[in-house]
Design a protein around this ligand. Structure first.
Ligand SMILES: NC(=O)c1ccc[n+]([C@@H]2O[C@H](COP(=O)([O-])OP(=O)(O)OC[C@H]3O[C@@H](n4cnc5c(N)ncnc54)[C@H](OP(=O)(O)O)[C@@H]3O)[C@@H](O)[C@H]2O)c1
Length: 250
């Protein structure tokens, strides 16, 4: 991929990985449009990142008809105790709505536009947890495995379309998402990758046409999930007891 002079839409560009990708892609001379839910957050990014565009879905085709790259980065991750009752069905599947449905819906909306562009690409952001689930985040992990599978199919179906399909599978990365719902113990003391490093690795992967970009620990998770799947699941499941006993004592 040519990684300059593109017009790039990043969903979830108001925070974390999406925001850092926006910063580095603007520095490489790309036009970047970001979306998010929180208008105040988008406004704050506009103030700190001159040159960034913020937009609502329906306005993008009209205001940026040259959009040639879509990065599906919006996502949420929660700790979920599956023993618990009381959550609404909607709440129990929030990650599915944002992470999986959001990615599918956005691609559906922008694919016709992307097909008319040169140097067109879709980047779906999954996770190292696409390869081995983290059992304290069961629905999140399932959405990321689903995004991985969906991306393989999307790539196969778009092989003759001129739209390249990438998967970015970040490892644990230093962002608000990593800290929102998780303690150090939950993640086994894991040190997250700095977000600037992750974005740099992602852009280098796109520039080199690496279809599945798996920085750092994500690559190890993929390989280990093939060599020793049970062992890896036990390792990532160590925080289950911690969560269950904390919830019992509440
Ligand atoms: N950080 C990690 O350790 C890690 C590891 C692997 C994969 N990832 C993936 O990387 C992506 C970015 O995560 P991050 O760590 O950068 O998280 P983050 O800092 O929490 O940012 C998440 C972004 O998604 C947006 N978002 C959330 N729900 C949305 C919704 N329903 N509709 C539209 N936008 C929504 C947020 O904007 P608003 O708040 O304005 O809605 C925000 O811009 C996610 O897909 C995540 O699963 C992260």
């Amino acid at each position: 991929m040519k990684m300059h002079d593109n017009t790039i839409l990043i969903t979830g560009g108001s925070s974390g990985i999406g925001l850092e990708l926006a910063r580095q892609l603007i520095a490489l001379n790309n036009t970047v449009i970001i979306t998010g839910r929180d208008a105040a957050k988008l406004e704050a990014v506009r103030a700190q990142l001159p040159g960034v565009h913020t937009a609502l879905h329906e306005h993008i085709a009209a205001s940026h008809p040259g959009m040639n790259m879509l990065i599906n980065c919006a996502g949420i991750m929660r700790k979920l105790n599956l023993h618990k009752r009381g959550a609404t069905l909607e709440d129990a599947t929030r990650e599915v709505t944002t992470n999986l449905n959001g990615t599918i819906w956005t691609n559906l909306q922008f694919l016709p536009m992307l097909k008319n562009q040169a140097n067109a690409a879709i980047v779906n952001v999954s996770s190292g947890l696409a390869f081995v689930p983290m059992p304290i985040s069961p629905v999140y992990s399932a959405t990321k495995a689903a995004i991985h599978s969906y991306t393989l199919s999307l790539r196969a179906q778009l092989k003759n379309s001129g739209v390249r399909v990438f998967e970015l599978a970040p490892p644990a990365t230093e962002t608000p998402l990593f800290h929102n719902d998780f303690t150090k113990e939950d993640v086994g003391g894991l040190v997250p990758m700095p977000v600037a490093t992750l974005a740099k690795r992602a852009i280098a992967g796109l520039a080199a046409d690496v279809a599945e970009i798996r920085p750092g620990l994500s690559n190890i998770l993929k390989i280990a999930s093939r060599l020793a799947p049970d062992f890896m699941l036990r390792q990532l499941g160590k925080s289950v007891d911690l969560m269950l006993s904390a919830d019992k004592n509440r």
